[in-house]
Ligand binder design. Structure first.
Ligand code: NAG
Ligand code: NAG
Ligand code: NAG
Ligand code: NAG
Ligand code: NAG
Ligand code: NAG
Length: 562
């Protein structure tokens, strides 16, 4: 319609300048129209092929259906065909108008008033008292991956201070899941750790010789996760652990996953936890150096100095950009997708992959989660669609794509993808990569030889993701329960100066919005996604019992300037 009008007015006006402007507008509109048409036709073809495939797919002979050509198409799993098309059109329009998402920035100007302030020292006298009163040595063997171990370390620091004990630098347990023999010193700078906390807790590198040969279990000094309640209170440590310490002068905590609750805890110990997490744990130079290289590649050399970079990269902070780079600030969004097979299988949800996927996940559960199978058999199972309604299903890459599109991130957004082993890889990734083609991971940006020293150390690899997520302009997460998401968003709050937003979808609300996938208008979808996101971004002071590593905005951790 508009194009026709343009043609008429172009003919009518003899005025040369006007005609010129007219033809520019016509050309512009024509291009826009063609782009839209192109994307629509592509979508229609894609849709048609997909339909014909999914019918074959639903039949029982799944294995080896379709020739090679079709395999590529079959392999795309989609649940929200219609919304994806709308998103794709919306992104194409934004490409023409060069509209940028406002979610690159933090939402509230008040945020910059919060400053880090848990790095202060305890009075010297206080520590002397505690050392004089030393009750013995605490040994910790932490399990889990990089992030769970980080939490365990800082909780151990708090427990050692609570019990007036000396802490031996924590050991990290080797597990088949994580497949990583890295020890504390392979990940964090030991001397920095000891020096940062020197006024707070006595930390030693090794257990004194006379204790090393003791059989901890035999003397009753071995404390496993079964001996302590989850999120135990300080009194429990005083009541149950202190006597062992006073008797044997040594206690060995084995496991030590979330065995110290967030509240109630004295201000002194809360502050110490923050200090440990935000000041005392610095990655070793080996990790900092490669992470710095990674970030320079992500940012195409246009990095600048910041408190976050300083904290994470230390001496390997990129040098100030040269003049020519100064103007180009390569922004990036880091996305942490939690869609690995274990998580997907454990959720008992369905993800649009049909019968084949259903069977595959059931087989995985039978092999890996026998207890879960037992439990499901006994109780009345909640249906996959009910689980989805309750917000209990891990977000698919497709849902993450719709989330980002709803927030107006343009098609050319540079996305750093953290984590790996997305369930069914390309098939589930396809909806995301088709909307956002500029997705990279550390494996894309670092050469094999640069990655080689990390290859068999999943925690060290995870540290690279940790850093790349923490220094991103925007960090988008799909699972607020994940330790990496939690620790990274806390670090961004602490050091980001109110300019390091984290975008968190509320899974329950998102499920409710997406349940209208067949009818909702795109404008309405955008509005709902934005409202949901802004509500999660509201400045909050840490509430009682909340994770202090994730939400450091509280008096023990951060100071609020008036
Ligand atoms: C799938 O597509 C890629 C390029 O998009 C192509 O290289 C590959 O050969 C295709 N695979 C099959 C099985 O057709
Ligand atoms: C630890 O030392 C402080 C300071 O001397 C003292 O007040 C506190 O009672 C001691 N706590 C324990 C568990 O020994
Ligand atoms: C040590 O702790 C005990 C309680 O555990 C306390 O009575 C005493 O005052 C503390 N200080 C010294 C120096 O013993
Ligand atoms: C970044 O800098 C390195 C070395 O200084 C150079 O080799 C590379 O080409 C630069 N990359 C870009 C995108 O400018
Ligand atoms: C890493 O582990 C693989 C087997 O999982 C092994 O083949 C390889 O040699 C190891 N590489 C290094 C550097 O240890
Ligand atoms: C998509 O919409 C249909 C129709 O309203 C609904 O039945 C379906 O559950 C929705 N899909 C999801 C995954 O919410």
């Amino acid at each position: 319609m508009r194009t026709f009008k343009g043609v008429h007015s172009g003919r009518r006006h003899v005025n040369g300048i006007r005609r010129h402007i007219g033809s520019v507008i016509i050309t512009f509109l024509l291009i826009a129209f063609l782009l839209l048409l192109d994307s629509l036709i592509f979508k229609i073809i894609d849709y048609a092929i997909h339909q014909s495939i999914s019918t074959t797919h639903d039949s029982t002979e799944i294995e080896n259906t379709g020739a090679g050509r079709l395999d590529n198409v079959t392999s795309s799993v989609q649940m929200y065909e219609r919304l994806l098309n709308l998103a794709s059109i919306s992104l194409a329009e934004k490409e023409i108008t060069h509209e940028s998402s406002k979610y690159w920035e933090e939402s509230s100007p008040h945020l910059s008033r919060w400053k880090p302030c848990s790095g202060t020292k305890m009075s010297k006298g206080f520590r002397r008292e505690k050392v004089k009163n030393n009750t013995g040595f605490i040994v910790v063997s932490a399990n889990g991956g990089l992030n769970q171990q980080r939490v365990a370390v800082c909780n151990a620091v708090a427990v050692a201070s609570l019990l007036n004990a000396s802490l031996v630098i924590p050991k990290f347990l080797y597990s088949n899941v994580w497949n990583d023999p890295s020890q504390f010193g392979d990940l964090y700078q030991e001397d920095h750790f000891m020096n940062s906390l020197i006024d707070d807790v006595d930390i030693v590198k090794e257990l004194p010789h006379k204790f090393q040969s003791l059989d901890m279990e035999a003397i009753g000094s071995l404390v496993t996760d079964a001996d302590l309640s989850k999120e135990a209170k300080p009194e429990e440590y005083i009541r149950n652990i202190l006597p062992i310490l006073l008797r044997n002068r040594v206690v060995h905590f084995l496991g030590f996953a979330n065995r110290l609750g967030f509240d109630p805890l004295s201000s002194e110990l809360q502050r110490l936890r923050c200090k440990c997490n935000f000041h005392a744990l610095k990655f070793v130079p080996k990790i900092q150096e490669v992470a710095s290289l990674l970030i320079r590649r992500i940012r195409k050399n246009s990095t600048s100095r910041s408190a976050l970079n300083e904290q994470l990269l230390g001496n390997f902070q990129p040098t100030l950009p040269s003049k020519e780079n100064n103007k180009v600030h390569s922004k990036y969004l880091a996305l942490h997708l939690r869609f690995e097979v274990d998580m997907v299988a454990y959720s008992m949800c369905e993800f649009g992959g049909g019968e084949h996927e259903r069977r595959e996940l059931q087989a995985y559960r039978e092999a890996h989660f026998p207890l879960l199978i037992e439990r499901v058999k006994k109780s009345k199972a909640t249906s996959p669609s009910e689980l989805r309604e309750m917000g209990k299903c891990p977000l698919t890459p497709e849902e993450a794509a719709l989330f980002l599109a709803g927030l107006g991130f343009s098609r050319d957004t540079y996305i750093y993808l953290a984590g790996s082993h997305i369930y069914r890889g390309k098939s589930h990734m396809h909806p995301l990569t088709s909307l956002y083609p500029n997705i990279v991971s550390k494996e894309d940006l670092l050469s094999q030889s640069e990655l080689a020293p990390f290859m068999n150390f999943s925690s060290q690899l995870a540290a690279l993701d940790f850093i790349a997520c923490a220094t991103a302009d925007v960090f988008a997460i799909t699972d607020s329960g994940s330790q990496l998401s939690s620790l990274v968003s806390g670090l961004r709050t602490y050091y980001g100066g109110g300019a390091a937003p984290t975008l968190t979808p509320n899974k329950k609300r998102l499920a409710s919005i997406l349940s209208r996938n067949k009818t909702i208008k795109w404008g309405n979808f955008e509005e709902k996604i934005r409202k949901m996101t802004e509500e999660s971004q509201r400045v909050r002071i840490r509430a009682f019992g909340r994770n202090i590593y994730r939400q450091p905005r509280c008096k023990e951790c951060m100071c609020k300037l008036q």
